[in-house]
Ligand binder design. Structure first.
Ligand code: NAP
Length: 246
């Protein structure tokens, strides 16, 4: 992957940080996007550099079209090309349907779904120039199964799976692959917000009887970003300890 360039959105913390570090270890030069956590984004850049690759941190709100265009431009201006986009940035605003505020629905859709649309759109031209472009969308098992209290989040993640398949069909002729990875429950700040009772109930649904690690997701992204996955597109791959096996 030497010389290849990846953008990872929401890479200051959690799953995105692990993906950015793993792609750096794979030899990608990495654009570490963040929205607020500048110190954590800088620490991810330092870790990638310490492992022998190059990285920059770029602030951009993925739900803002101008920010996203500037993010992609900075990546191409700095490193000269773009080969891989990982749409990972995401938020939750949980609540039961009857109590969910309209802004909680809109905010989650804006970051988790529209953000991936805007970033994919802005990145497509440079990705087409790559001989092996990759878009990898971090969806969720909740986008497949639904989840009480997450109508907004599940709708966004289900939409992201539809976006993945549509863009995969559009870009296949130009050798850009587009896939979705669906994590189950992974140990991050996002799942740190669960109550003990929610954690117990969730563990009961996971055949592996443990939450996943951020590295479990990063290794699948690493594979999809590699030349080994050149003939894989439009797929939805769960990394969930067996939670959603058919
Ligand atoms: P997290 O620890 O809460 O981190 C979220 C990341 O997204 C942070 O780096 C944050 O940046 C960034 N972000 C949030 N809003 C943004 C915006 N508008 N523009 C740019 N960046 C933004 O979350 P996580 O658990 O790692 O989740 C990462 C992805 O995996 C999300 O898409 C999530 O839905 C998905 N996922 C997670 C799980 C899980 O169990 N954790 C399961 C399924 C799917 P700042 O810190 O700079 O704000």
């Amino acid at each position: 992957m030497h010389d290849q360039v990846a953008i990872v959105t929401g890479a200051s913390r959690g799953i995105g940080a692990a993906i950015a570090k793993r792609l750096g270890e794979d030899g990608f030069r990495v654009v570490v996007n963040y929205s607020g956590s500048v110190e954590q984004a800088k620490a991810v850049v330092a870790a990638i550099e310490a492992a022998g690759s190059e990285a920059i941190a770029v602030k951009a709100d993925v739900s803002n079209a101008d920010d996203v265009k500037a993010l992609v431009k900075t990546a191409v201006d700095t490193f000269g090309r773009l080969d891989c986009l990982v749409n990972n940035a995401g938020i939750t605003r949980d609540g039961l349907l009857m109590r969910m505020k309209e802004t909680d629905f809109d905010d989650v859709l804006a970051t988790n779904l529209k953000g991936a649309f805007l970033t994919s759109q802005a990145a497509t031209r440079p990705l087409l120039k790559s001989k092996s472009g990759r878009i990898i969308n971090i969806a969720s098992v909740v986008g497949i199964t639904g989840n009480a209290g997450q109508a907004n989040y599940a709708a966004a993640k289900a939409g992201l799976i539809g976006l993945t398949k549509s863009v995969a069909r559009e870009l296949a002729a130009r050798h850009v692959t587009v896939n979705a990875v669906c994590p189950g429950f992974i140990e991050t700040d996002m799942t740190g917000a669960l109550t003990d009772a929610q954690r117990e109930a969730t563990l009961g649904q996971i055949p592996f009887n443990r939450f996943g690690r951020v590295e479990d997701v990063a290794s699948i992204v690493s594979f999809l970003a590699s030349s080994e996955a050149a003939y894989v597109t439009g797929q939805t791959i769960a990394v969930d300890g067996g939670m959603t096996m058919a």
